[in-house]
Ligand binder design. Structure first.
Ligand SMILES: *[C@@H]1O[C@H](CO)[C@@H](O)[C@H](O)[C@H]1NC(C)=O
Ligand SMILES: *[C@@H]1O[C@H](CO)[C@@H](O)[C@H](O)[C@H]1NC(C)=O
Ligand SMILES: *[C@@H]1O[C@H](CO)[C@@H](O)[C@H](O)[C@H]1NC(C)=O
Ligand SMILES: *[C@@H]1O[C@H](CO)[C@@H](O)[C@H](O)[C@H]1NC(C)=O
Ligand SMILES: *[C@@H]1O[C@H](CO)[C@@H](O)[C@H](O)[C@H]1NC(C)=O
Length: 352
């Protein structure tokens, strides 16, 4: 059996998928932003609408993926104090933490020291079309939680404790994970080790811990430069409670593990920036398969983050945002606008 699989494997010339890999899942583009753009993160509201952040603008947008939705994003808020938007996490029902800071793809603006975490309250706000104008029925209530002055580049974000109102936030250019108390704005370094620290990342400057998500008493995180996906038990304040386990390593420099999410069975869905794919990694790390996209395909061009649907009919749909190949062009030279795409998976990712 193993020999036959290996022979087939060699004959087909497949290089990324393993011999037992399931067929790739279908991908459809829901919206393409203007080129250039670098869609960085997303968060799905309980009503199914998707908040979208772009590292190349200060404007946060919202997209309704339901069949009756307007097929284009709606303006939510302009964080005029900053040039860029990064991670988003829902810390109370329909209230989100949003990272902003200064970063530019076209000019050399100072970035370290500019990172701010905001609260964005969307309760009661829906998408409406009045006199042909798309907008929110109510503006969001936006408040500054903290300016994390010692941070270099805040990127990934996750709720540490909803009841205690605390967050964990990765500093991808600082190589540490910060904890932040939403009520007081107090922040401190929670995790700083060889798995979070900085490593050379081709095309980017040195990069460290990137995607970060808390699940069942552990923190899971990728290291963009080091090419690892890791798990570590933590205390309730986010500090280490045990050793780090590396669940998966990527294969080659541009493979780039970025952000990820989980399905109801605990499988991780990790985006691979320069490899243009989504990898499903089983909870024990033993099974790792490409489920969608492909190295030389623009179907998922330089993905940055993903999240499962929360609407009535899309709990198996993995929404993925992309940078369009802006930093790592597809096939060496193709750059398209950043996108929101939908991958129809066989997993269930919400209302577990
Ligand atoms: C970010 O850049 C803008 C425009 O250059 C500037 O006004 C603002 O003060 C900067 N933010 C921080 C926190 O330094
Ligand atoms: C992280 O740890 C390294 C090595 O101990 C240290 O040099 C660095 O200052 C720490 N970073 C922060 C932000 O505390
Ligand atoms: C990842 O980190 C480990 C431990 O520091 C190091 O041995 C390894 O060379 C690193 N790999 C890359 C690709 O940076
Ligand atoms: C696929 O893309 C890689 C990376 O850009 C490139 O080196 C390679 O030649 C491409 N392969 C094909 C078959 O086009
Ligand atoms: C997802 O695929 C299933 C078949 O595998 C199909 O029945 C369903 O309609 C698809 N959903 C969407 C939203 O495309």
């Amino acid at each position: 059996m193993a020999l036959r699989s290996v022979a087939l494997f060699a004959l087909c010339g497949v290089s990324l998928a393993s011999p037992s890999a399931p067929p790739l899942r279908p991908v459809s583009t829901l919206f393409e932003f203007p080129n250039p753009s670098y869609i960085e993160n997303l968060a799905v509201r309980s009503n199914g609408q998707i908040l979208i952040s772009d590292l190349s603008t200060s404007q946060l947008t919202l997209f309704d993926p339901s069949p009756s939705g307007p097929k284009k994003p709606v303006f939510v808020h302009d964080f005029t104090e900053s040039l860029a938007l990064a991670g988003i996490a829902e810390y109370e029902p329909d209230v989100f933490a949003v990272i902003t800071g200064n970063f530019s793809f076209t000019s050399d603006v100072p970035s370290a020291g500019t990172w701010i975490v905001w609260s964005l309250d969307l309760r009661g706000a829906d998408i409406s079309s009045k006199h042909g104008q798309l907008g929110l029925t109510l503006p969001p209530v936006v408040k500054k939680i903290a300016h994390v002055e010692p941070a270099n580049f805040l990127n990934g974000i996750s709720v540490l404790s909803q009841s205690e109102q605390t967050l964990l936030i990765s500093d991808v250019s600082g190589g540490v994970i910060w904890s932040l108390d939403i009520k007081t704005g107090h922040y401190e370094v929670a995790i700083n080790n060889t798995y979070t620290q900085l490593y050379p990342a081709p095309r980017f400057s040195v990069s460290g811990v990137d995607g970060v998500h808390v699940r069942g008493g552990s923190v899971y995180f990728t290291n963009f430069g080091n090419g690892t996906f890791n798990k570590m038990p933590i205390h309730s304040d986010g500090t280490p409670a045990g050793p780090v386990t590396t669940i998966a390593h990527n294969h080659w420099p541009f493979h780039e593990y970025d952000d990820f999410t989980f399905d109801c069975d605990g499988n991780a869905f990790v985006v691979t920036g320069g490899a243009n794919t989504i990898e499903m990694i089983s909870a024990d790390g033993k099974r790792k398969v490409v489920i969608a996209g492909g190295l030389n395909s623009t179907a998922i061009a330089e993905p940055t983050s993903c999240a499962f649907g929360r609407g009535p009919h899309d709990k198996n749909i993995l929404y993925v945002v992309t940078a369009g190949g802006l930093e790592t062009p597809v096939d060496g030279d193709v750059v398209i606008g950043g996108q929101l795409v939908a991958v129809n998976t066989t997993s269930r990712g919400s209302a577990c």
